[in-house]
Design a protein around this ligand. Structure first.
Ligand code: A3P
Ligand code: MG
Ligand code: MG
Length: 381
């Protein structure tokens, strides 16, 4: 028997309804106009103290306190204290989304969603900013893959990263030099930040990487509403944009550059990560400290996040912000199509390796389950 047009329509609908199995990452596929991205709004804040304990307050927020003038910087020794004043956060604890979930559970009344959509919270996605940064940079990433676990629970998709085997190996085999460079990034923060709006930095103190201040942001990318949190280095009490998140400043260190070729490479490979990290939460400025070979800071440079695309667009071999954002929107659509069963113990593990499309596997009540029982219970009552 021959199919009627309706039969064919139903059949094609059925095959259309089948979720695609992979998502391509090739930049040219996403080279389209910049998608809608709603201005990020801060909806909350929390802090992690020197023992990594959660506080629903801004107690760990620090204040931007740069040396009096830009240009050559006096006396920043980024190696100072590495051996005797360094308390490192334990890397063997998988925190997952827990601190963010604690904030969500404590603020769920404020986040009440639409019952008719079956959404308890009024957001499609909950995740860390850092996970989204990795998604944004994927079309251009040549080295590091990722694993993102997703669970749908009461109408919201939760996204939590798992470490890849290769990242674990790299972490365990990190050289002494690399460990010291990591310390130097934190030490730079200490030189640039004070405890109070009018205070001055105190570089004699211990650097403790358990401490952190996190902002909670709501925004929308295309058809996707997002709630994410990210760690913020400091706020500028004298910022031309006084309200959070625009008043926040991201601090970064990088090796001092000596040639236009070095600067171009820095724009191509490093600036993409800096831009993605700060653009997502609406952090308006990035302050770079350029490291000399002796661990001193040779120079400071301030970048306005919104002007970074102007710096890179002259270089045809460079990354494009629109490609990053269009890919992220496509990834979130892919996740929505694939993950449709509402079940906190069910995990779809999205995996990506450079040179391949994004794929996924399904895991029921496995080691990948990441929504804790206390959270599921808190949102069920
Ligand atoms: P730099 O940014 O100067 O490299 P953040 O910049 O996100 O505020 O992070 C602060 C510091 O933490 C970084 O300083 C770096 O030293 C360390 N750090 C952040 N992400 C890291 C990573 N993926 N691997 C190693 N160190 C990292
Ligand atoms: Mg930071
Ligand atoms: Mg920083």
């Amino acid at each position: 028997e021959k199919d009627t047009p309706e039969d064919r329509a139903v059949k094609s609908q059925k095959s259309n309804a089948k979720p695609p199995l992979t998502l391509p990452v090739t930049p040219s596929r996403y080279d389209a106009p910049f998608p809608f991205y709603r201005r990020p709004a801060e909806v909350g804040r929390f802090s992690l103290d020197s023992q990594r304990r959660y506080h629903g307050s801004a107690q760990q927020l620090r204040y931007y306190a740069p040396p009096p003038m830009e240009g050559p910087v006096p006396g920043f020794d980024l190696r100072d204290g590495y051996l005797d004043r360094y308390v490192q956060r334990s890397e063997n604890v998988r925190e997952g989304l827990d601190h963010l979930l604690q904030w969500v559970a404590q603020n769920r009344k404020q986040l009440q969603g639409a019952e008719e959509k079956g959404q308890l919270l009024n957001t499609d996605f909950v995740t860390w900013r850092g996970h989204l940064t990795k998604v944004l940079t994927t079309p251009y990433e040549k080295q590091d893959g990722w694993l993102l676990a997703v669970s749908l629970f009461r109408g919201t998709l939760y996204v939590s990263e798992f470490e890849t085997e290769s990242a674990k190996r790299q972490r365990e085999q990190r050289s002494e030099l690399l460990k010291e460079l990591t310390y130097m990034g934190y030490k730079f923060e200490q030189y640039m930040c004070a405890d109070t709006p009018d205070g001055i930095p105190d570089p004699t103190r211990v650097v403790n990487t358990n401490e952190g201040f996190c902002t909670v942001i709501r925004t929308r990318l295309g058809t996707h509403s997002l709630l994410f949190s990210g760690e913020v280095d400091c706020t500028d009490p004298r910022s031309p944009w006084p309200d959070p998140p625009s008043c926040y400043v991201e601090l970064k260190t990088s090796k001092v550059m000596h040639s236009p070729a070095q600067r171009r490479s820095f724009y191509r490979h490093k600036m993409i990560k800096w831009w993605a990290q700060s653009f997502l939460p609406g952090v308006s400025r990035i302050v770079a400290g350029y490291r000399g070979p002796d661990g001193s800071v040779v120079e400071l440079e301030t970048f306005e996040t919104m002007k970074i695309f102007q710096l890179i667009r002259e270089d045809p071999g460079c990354w494009k912000p629109a490609v990053c954002m269009n890919f992220c929107a496509a990834f979130l659509s892919f996740v929505k199509k694939v993950v449709t069963e509402d079940n906190p113990k069910l995990v779809h593990l999205f995996a990506w390796e450079p040179g391949h499309p994004v794929s996924f596997s399904v895991h029921h009540d496995s080691e990948y389950t990441f929504l804790p029982d206390w959270y599921v219970e808190a949102l069920s009552s």
